[in-house]
Write a protein that binds this ligand. Structure first.
Ligand code: DGL
Length: 265
């Protein structure tokens, strides 16, 4: 029996899902959150879908053992590889997944050219191909896989010359093609907004899905009668990587200091 007071499990390969957690906390401040980073296996971008599916089942089981009333897959790459599998395994458990915002970008573009920054895994997935077939009908979509970017964000220095250099290289072909709208198709990338504002011409519009995911979580929980009635919520963190490193980056990304535990094997 799922309960209103139970926590929501939020998952990402690393710190990227914190960009979604931020939106969830803003919209649903009365909820308790359990955040799991699979830091020991990050990045997911170049991993096989089979490997990601196995990790996702392990994390979903962990959340369920903790009594989570719902799970948010705050990771585009994990959604592409494993969301369908998890929905099949746990048909009664509210699950929120996410994918690059192709539909809003197709409406936002003024010149019909949209660029997508995402991981190789997301861009190569059947799910992403289906998204393009469905929503990118009258627009040209240019995709840009970004290997290496997630590792640099995980390092926590969003101003490093290395990060600036790698990001500029990935933006270059999209700008050369005249894209006026860019989709941030990986939950790590919203943390790059300040740097992107320096590297992009002001007319380029950036789109990510964090706020939409939070609204979807709110809808699903409301439908299931599971919205929290507590006064205020809290967050607990686990990582399969190094807890001290996660705790440090958490603060560098502007989050309140939190207790970070090692994810049980
Ligand atoms: N943050 C993830 C996403 O939204 C994946 C990052 C990675 O581990 O490569 O795609």
């Amino acid at each position: 029996m799922l309960e209103r007071a139970a926590p929501i499990g939020v998952f990402d390969s690393g710190v990227g899902g914190l960009s979604v957690l931020r939106e969830l906390q803003q919209l649903l401040p009365a909820e308790h959150y359990l955040y799991v980073a699979d830091g020991g296996h990050c990045p997911y971008g170049e991993k096989t879908p089979e490997f990601i599916r196995q990790r996702m089942v392990a994390v979903a089981e962990f959340f369920r053992a903790q009594g989570a009333k719902a799970m948010v897959i705050a990771c585009n790459t994990a959604t592409a590889a494993a969301a369908a599998d998890l929905r099949e395994r746990y048909p009664q458990w509210p699950l929120v997944a996410m994918e690059p915002a192709v539909k809003p970008a197709a409406s936002a573009t003024r010149n019909g050219r949209v660029g997508v920054l995402a991981t190789t895994g997301t861009l190569q997935s059947a799910r992403f191909a289906a998204l393009l077939d469905r929503f990118a009908v009258d627009v040209t979509v240019l995709t840009q896989p970004c290997p290496g970017l997630v590792e640099l964000i995980e390092a926590g220095d969003l101003r490093s010359p290395a990060l600036r250099g790698v990001l500029s290289g990935y933006l270059q072909p999209l700008l050369a093609a005249g894209c006026d709208t860019l989709i941030l198709g990986c939950t790590h990338y919203p943390f790059l907004r300040p740097l992107l504002a320096e590297l992009l011409p002001p007319e380029v519009v950036l789109i990510d899905t964090g706020a939409a995911v939070a609204r979807q979580a709110q809808r699903l929980l409301a439908q299931s009668g599971l919205l929290s009635e507590q006064a205020a919520g809290a967050v607990r963190y686990w990582t399969s990587g190094a807890p001290a490193q996660f705790a440090e980056v958490l603060e560098r990304l502007g989050f309140a200091p939190g207790q970070v535990a090692e994810l049980p094997k």
